[in-house]
Ligand binder design. Structure first.
Ligand code: ZN
Length: 162
């Protein structure tokens, strides 16, 4: 059992280190996309929750996790987890810090579906000011919106809440 747990931890570490193809400053584990890795009959099964449905990155993420596990010496299998659906609430604290350091405002925790009806206050990732305005619904990718800080005048991406 101990050996299995060790192997499982190694498989997790290999898969968890895969960067997100659209936001390479964070890993699939930071984003909460990679849910778990289990060894079943010698196969490393990775549970992956797709982010925004229809996001072209989903397939790229699955292929990258597959490749990372293969490289670590495992026989990989990806299990796509559709329920419960991924939400930005699953982004880890560390992931949020990394996004901010990269100049992307992390999604407002717990914003979820409520943000459809009310615009949550998005803080500037550079100076922390809440005095920001939305420039465009879509930023560099469909998963992000473009904002500008009224205090420091810097434009920035906001990782949209879902
Ligand atoms: Zn600012």
């Amino acid at each position: 059992m101990a050996v299995l747990a060790l192997q499982e931890a190694r498989a997790w570490a290999a898969a968890a280190a895969v960067p997100d193809p659209e936001v390479p400053c964070v890993t699939v584990a930071d984003l909460g996309i990679l849910r778990w890795v289990r060894l079943q009959d010698g196969v490393a099964v990775a549970g992956v929750s797709p982010t925004y449905s229809g996001c072209p990155a989903v397939l790229a993420i699955e292929l990258a996790i597959d490749a990372a596990l293969r490289e670590a010496g495992f026989e990989p299998r990806i299990e796509r987890l559709l329920s419960p659906p991924w939400t930005t609430d699953w982004i880890t604290q560390e992931g949020r810090e990394k996004l901010r350091a990269y100049g992307i405002a992390p999604p407002v925790a717990g914003g979820g579906k409520a943000s459809l009806f009310q615009v949550a206050e998005v803080a500037c990732p550079r100076c922390g000011s809440g005095d920001t305005e939305r420039l465009s619904e879509f930023g560099s990718t469909a998963c992000k919106a473009q904002y500008r800080c009224c205090a420091c005048r810097e434009p920035f991406d906001y990782f949209k809440c879902i």
